[in-house]
Ligand binder design. Structure first.
Ligand code: ZN
Ligand code: ZN
Length: 364
């Protein structure tokens, strides 16, 4: 499989456009024409991970954290340059799936909540998409042609369905007055016409084009139409929230999570004996969402990278926090391997998860 095909399949599941605007995802190093002979999944693309790919004769690394992130001034020996040079010298490609994998419904947060044993997990903060409902009032005799032509222009489609219209009949009235050049009716007389209200959805960026075609296709001098702005929830977004298998104390939960995630340290804020039945989780650095999680009914907010003052604020506000370290996102290595096996359906034979420890912290 060529890298271009791999990127296109990945994009169908975890669209690169769904990443945060500040992020850097996609093919960071490589060539879209290159054949992919294997994939190594990793949390961080460290020097050792590159060596692992070389040893395993795998030419494509997919990492969660983008190696190239801030402005790169040079690619010399030393620092990240050493890793980038080693990748290029060995013709190894690097793909980053970062916040687009975080917000995916089966992504990093789903992997973490599954490991923690959260049941009935839902997306904590579903992303929304804005769109327009369009309604056009048009004489009955023009309806079929109008719908056909709007459909041909690519409007009124929803997923795998085209020609998604809804119509209702009604009486339209108007009185052409001096200066008008009416399609039907007499000057200065009220005309009643059986009209149809045709409704359909368009994407936000289609508005100008839709307006142009409505005016072009409508028989009236002054067509009547509305664009009603709406939003809908998507099945992707940050974090997961759900129920614990059974109610437990905060301390017992923190201890269980340490085992389930196999991490060397877990910290928590709040009364150790507080009873917890609903938990929200955001992998990596999720601080800022603790209040939102609390409002959505979570008894505890689980994330990494919690600073002293965040913890103190939470304690004062009465929110329970569990810090699972940013590195707990390592669960994405096996999780992404399983997803890639599903998505690629055998088109790449050699898909492996790195098991090297890339946690920059040591624990005593
Ligand atoms: Zn993440
Ligand atoms: Zn992260």
């Amino acid at each position: 499989m060529k890298t271009s095909e791999l990127l296109s399949i990945i994009n169908q599941h975890v669209p690169f456009a769904s990443a945060e605007s500040w992020d850097n995802v996609g093919l960071l190093i490589g060539d879209t024409n290159q054949e992919v002979n294997g994939i190594l999944t990793a949390l961080d693309c460290t020097f050792d991970v590159v060596d692992e790919a070389i040893e395993k004769n795998i030419n494509t690394i997919i990492a969660h954290h983008p190696l190239i992130f801030k402005g790169v001034k040079n690619i010399n020996e030393g620092g990240y340059g050493t890793i980038i040079r080693r990748l290029i010298q060995n013709n190894i490609q690097l793909i980053a799936l970062h916040t687009n994998l975080d917000v995916y419904q089966y992504g990093v947060n789903a992997m973490l909540s599954k490991r923690i044993g959260i049941k009935n997990a839902e997306i904590l903060e579903p992303q929304t998409e804005s769109y327009y409902k369009v309604q056009v009032f048009i004489p009955e005799e023009n309806v079929v042609e109008f719908k056909d032509k709007m459909n041909d222009q690519g409007f009124a489609s929803e997923g795998d369905y085209e020609y998604c219209f809804f119509s209702t009949k009604g009486d339209g009235q108007f009185k052409p007055v001096d200066g008008a050049n009416p399609h039907i009716g007499q000057l200065n007389e009220i005309e009643t016409v059986e009209e149809v209200k045709v409704e359909f959805m368009i994407q936000n960026n289609e508005r100008a084009k839709a307006e142009y075609f409505i005016n072009a296709l409508h028989p009236y001098e002054t067509p009547v139409y509305d664009f009603i702005p709406l939003t809908k929830s998507l099945n992707r977004g940050l974090g997961m929230i759900g129920d614990l298998p059974e109610q437990t104390t905060l301390k017992a939960l923190a201890s269980a999570i340490k085992t389930q995630l196999d991490i060397p340290s877990v910290r928590f804020t709040g009364n150790p004996n507080a009873l917890i039945s609903k938990a929200a989780v955001i992998g990596g650095s999720g601080i800022g969402y603790e209040q939102y999680a609390h409002q959505k009914g979570a008894d505890v907010f689980i994330t990494g990278d919690i600073k002293h003052h965040d913890a103190l604020d939470a304690e004062i506000d009465g929110y329970h926090l569990i810090d699972i370290n940013h590195y707990s996102e390592y669960v994405m290595r096996d999780g992404l391997k399983a997803l890639l096996e599903q998505w690629l359906e055998g088109k790449v034979d050699n898909i492996e998860a790195s098991h090297l420890n890339t946690d920059p912290f040591n624990y005593v």
